[in-house]
Design a protein. Structure first.
Length: 224
């Protein structure tokens, strides 16, 4: 576990801790590691769970499905990022989403109830981790609001432009890479993959953008 400490100290949940405090916090939270193969589900929608997770290595996808089985990717997460905290917190009686390992993945599982209830040792750093958790929830709420805004757009072009504009804003650059391939981007935007590819080609010809795989450059026309 020790070789992950440097990465964990940079993660949103543990960023306020020192190298000396981290192992004590992990003990408080009954931390344990678990490995998953690529395309294996870590959490199924409607599972009842008690753990929140932190990605140690690999990447995972947060996925939701409608009644017809249509899949939508909510977000892709990498090392240091959290998942499962909504269901573990019991804000929802069961998990509202599925979590799937995109690649061979190792995760750190933590007991959520040990996070929100200070331990008998009254660890002075426990409150800092709780504050970090609140910041993570706020950031994830912003992410969900963005997605709702994207999905409210009527056309594929408007959905794509809204998404790319936010990616450009986050990168503070008109050139950036996105975390999705074309199939995943179509799932994220809840559109047909072929229709999305046609729209990207049309927007390229019309001078809105340049793209290659997951690289995009937004031209002035797209930012106007």
């Amino acid at each position: 576990m020790e070789h992950y400490y440097s990465m964990l100290l940079k993660s949103p949940l543990f960023s306020a801790l020192s190298a000396e405090e981290l192992p004590h916090m992990l003990t408080c939270l009954q931390a344990r590691r678990k490995q998953f193969n690529a395309k294996q589900f870590i959490i199924h929608e409607s599972d009842t769970i008690e753990d929140l997770g932190v990605v140690l290595n690999g990447t995972i996808q947060i996925i939701s499905e409608d009644a017809l089985g249509n899949r939508s990717i909510t977000v892709k997460l990498g090392p240091g990022e959290l998942f499962g905290h909504i269901a573990a917190s019991k804000l929802s009686p069961v998990s509202p989403v599925s979590v799937m390992a995109e690649t061979d993945t190792e995760v750190l599982l933590l007991k959520f109830n040990k996070l929100v209830v200070p331990c008998t040792k009254a660890c002075p750093f426990h409150s800092r981790v709780i504050e970090n958790m609140m910041n993570v929830l706020a950031e994830r709420n912003l992410m969900m609001n963005r997605k709702l805004s994207i999905l409210s757009k009527r056309s594929i072009r408007d959905k794509l432009l809204t998404y790319l504009a936010w990616q450009s804003q986050d990168a503070q650059n008109s050139e950036f890479t996105i975390p999705f391939n074309r199939d995943e981007l179509a799932d994220y935007l809840c559109v047909n993959r072929s229709a999305l590819s046609r729209e990207i080609s049309n927007m390229t010809l019309e001078g809105y953008l340049q793209s290659e795989r997951n690289y995009f450059k937004l031209n002035t026309k797209a930012l106007a």
